[in-house]
Design a protein around this ligand. Sequence first.
Ligand code: GLU
Length: 298
Amino acid sequence: MSTYRGRFAPSPTGELHFGSLVAAVGSYLQARARQGIWLVRMEDIDPPREQTGAADSILRTLECYGFEWDQSVLYQSTRSQAYQAALEQLRFQKQVYPCACSRSEIQAVRDKLAGFTDALDIYPGTCRKGLPDGRPARSWRVRAHDRHIDFIDRVQGNIIADRQQPGDDFVVYRADGYYAYQLAVTVDDAWQDITEIVRGADLLATTPRQILLQQYLQLAQPGYAHLPVAINPQGQKLSKQTGATPVSCQQVSETLYAALAFLGHTVPGELTGAPQQEIWSWAIDNWQLSAVPETASS
Ligand code: GLU
């Protein structure tokens, strides 16, 4: 029996659009082609960004596209205790520290550094040696270590992240009282025994942070395959912010063909108009990760 376990982990910030459908299709086929398990996890841990009804709408759309998940959906909003335990462990191991900085304070330092460094996504390290006098903690940050993190991505190739610096100290517990994506995703991928993470390459840059957390929390490191990111004619990533239209349950076959073609798998002409199940069984039989391009071709 296969021990492969994959997952699709949407955030309910809007309806399913073509970019997220591609991630669902890629992760599903990679699991099914290995007779593995495929799970859906709803990453509903960021209420300020969520949209009412989006979680149900995403699940309904997945259903009308014929996806079948092997266990009930895991909602991250039910997992706070596990994230808290992980944060406690990191605190105990002194791998996180409290941070008093507000966004505007961090931005002010970045503005000063502009022109001297390209790393403008950095944290200036203000609270690394302790909270400034009289300032309360707002968030908790991971203390990045100074080793390289590298991994082989099965689509994007060998990825080497630079030495981790104080500038890479990232937030795991947010000033608004929510656990950060990096912590929740790492804890849940391990808890659900995910063996390979297949998702969009827009998340490639977050992977070294998740690997660092796996190391700190002594969790197994899964495999990675980051799929090309769907873009609109203006070259922007499809997302709610760039006005991506939701995928509809009206034209399932056509949209599925388009998602498969985007992933380097062109459905043969004789399957035009075939029932959904036949398209899926063709896709499962013919799925090859090596046929998936690194980037979108247009
Ligand atoms: N919830 C994340 C998103 O929708 C994806 C998380 C993941 O696949 O690691 O962008």
